[in-house]
Design a protein around this ligand. Structure first.
Ligand SMILES: [Zn+2]
Length: 260
């Protein structure tokens, strides 16, 4: 049982009932906060408590990796991580820290069929990635393998990319393919994550013109070790992309160290 099935099976009966009846009963039921499931006034919006607990990522952060600094080292400074182990991608930005509220939103989008959350999350991402988007020519969602796509019915990264496309007017290209099924990254160490996704992505030969020479922004829901977007960036650069930046909804933050 993969984690998708596990989450689906752990849905509370109340949630299942709502999922089934929502289209019929939307008028009668009060909308719920997508993170804590308490009733809220406006459909799709967060309750005040969850909103106040969301941690938007703002400067000062590492200009390369987008990891927030605890202390402001001054403009344009890179983190130790970016200097010691620079990624294949150019710059990474995230809207929020991956904490409880962000995790609940990602799970609702991914496993709870709450595609209606994508426009809100996409707007926050477009704000966080304003500089990257202003420099880019197309958005590239991290692809699912067709078998996983078939099981889940939609790709949450593509849904986010579509929302960002509305805000930024950049086109979305689906030229990047996942060519093998990779086990879920959850629970793997950083080296194991890199190993897991190595060679998993390739640009479809027939669509290489959408990638070659282009400045691209890779879009994903969560950045943990960065192994997945790193593998995507390598595949895009191998296919001739001029640049591959990264924009995610939430990232795991362990704290960046500024060089001394
Ligand atoms: Zn809430």
């Amino acid at each position: 049982m993969d984690s998708t099935t596990a989450v689906k099976r752990s849905l509370k009966p109340r949630d299942l009932l709502r999922a089934v009846l929502r289209p019929l009963l939307d008028i009668g039921l009060p909308p719920l906060c997508p993170a804590c499931r308490e009733p809220v006034r406006d459909s799709g919006g967060l309750c005040a408590a969850c909103w106040s607990r969301l941690n938007f990522i703002t400067r000062p952060y590492c200009e390369r990796l987008g990891i927030p600094f605890v202390h402001d080292p001054g403009p344009g400074i890179l983190s130790m991580q970016a200097i010691a182990d620079p990624p294949a991608y150019g710059r990474a930005r995230a809207a929020v820290r991956f904490d409880d509220v962000a995790r609940a939103l990602v799970h609702a989008l991914k496993y709870g069929d709450r595609l209606d959350l994508a426009p809100m999350l996409g707007r926050w991402m477009a704000d966080a990635g304003r500089e990257l988007l202003g420099d880019a020519e197309a958005l590239v969602p991290v692809p699912l393998h067709w078998r996983r796509l078939w099981a889940r019915r939609f790709n949450q990264s593509a849904a986010l990319a579509t929302a960002i496309s509305t805000a930024s007017r950049l086109p979305v290209t689906m030229a990047l393919k996942r060519i093998r099924v990779t086990p879920q990254q959850v629970g793997l160490s950083k080296p194991a994550r890199a190993q897991n996704v190595q060679g998993a992505f390739r640009v479809a030969a027939a669509r290489s013109s959408e990638i070659a020479g282009r400045r691209l922004v890779i879009v994903d829901d969560v950045l943990t070790s960065g192994a997945t977007v790193e593998a995507c960036a390598r595949a895009l650069l191998r296919a001739g992309a001029a640049r591959a930046d990264v924009l995610v909804f939430a990232r795991v933050v362990e704290g960046a160290r500024a060089p001394i």
